[in-house]
Design a binder for this molecule. Sequence first.
Ligand SMILES: [Zn+2]
Ligand SMILES: [Zn+2]
Length: 372
Amino acid sequence: MADYYDLLGVSRDADADTLKRSYRRLARQYHPDINKDPGAEDKFKEIGRAYEVLSDPQTRARYDQFGEAGLGGGGMPDMGDMGGFADLFETFFSGFGGGGSPGGGPRRRGPSQGDSLRYDLTISFSEAVFGLERQVQINHLETCSTCQGSGARSGSGPTTCGTCSGVGQVRRATRTPFGNIMQVVECPTCDGSGQVIADPCSSCNGRGLQQVRKKLRINIPAGVDTGTRLRVSGEGNAGQRGGPAGDLFVVLTVQPHPQLRREGINIQSEITLNYLQAILGDTIEVETVDGPQPLTVPAGTQPGAVLNLQGKGVPRLGNPVARGNHLFTVKVQLPTKLHAEERTLLEQLAGHHTSKGHRHPHKSGLFGGLFG
Ligand SMILES: [Zn+2]
Ligand SMILES: [Zn+2]
């Protein structure tokens, strides 16, 4: 497959708006309803795929680094199920502690956005249900505090790049079947900045960035699940030459619970009743995420029946007032041995049934006809 940037006709440092505009234009051009050329549909799909990858900072960063190989099964959960949660919840985050603000040095050509980072966080079953605030420590690149991101040793300052004479771009001839084509490309010596550092900053070796360990307080909303991805805006690596910082993506894993299972916003578990409770009904105490709760077992509850405790499930992500239900699947335990007294009573009951005209009470089960 062709390069995604080429497919969308944008440069590698295109911003989100440029990407979107270019994608929309091409999608209209190649839409199979409009364009009947053979191959238009395939092109349409390729453009869609390219935009899907490049419009997400995380997948875009992986694509930039590893190409298409970086996209397949890289251990990331399926983003398709997550809708737009990351964007939805970016406002839930707040950083604290002194985060160095980028910039400060002279604004030069060729700013580049910092990389987005991934942080994996495992939380408990009930933390996922009710949400939590968690402090995490991350490592990311911040603008170097010694040189304020200039990369130059204090007082020295950057000098004009000799390769491009400070323009930041050079012309390059590319041989093609149609002859030589002159292309203007980013200067390889100064990476487009037009300036080079003769005397680099000793703290950052001229990169203008330094590795910093930072504490972040993260509010995880109620109702998250394994694979939920939360974006902490601007807490990825700082950009270079005044470029914006990348984002931090917190990818959640929810530990399984020994008894409870999640089914979307519902919780499932099993309860075991003895045969008398199932036949006669009872009120029993059950374990829920809200602690022990009474559950009414109606008379005549069958094995495999599902009893519903409303509102004891998981809050809906983004609308915590709406909670799912806790569903209990009923198992009925029959006694393997009977006390003499119990046996006598049951035999009387069986006889009672026979006398009432049940012809084969034993074949149809001891209580087969009770509620039928
Ligand atoms: Zn520095
Ligand atoms: Zn240069």
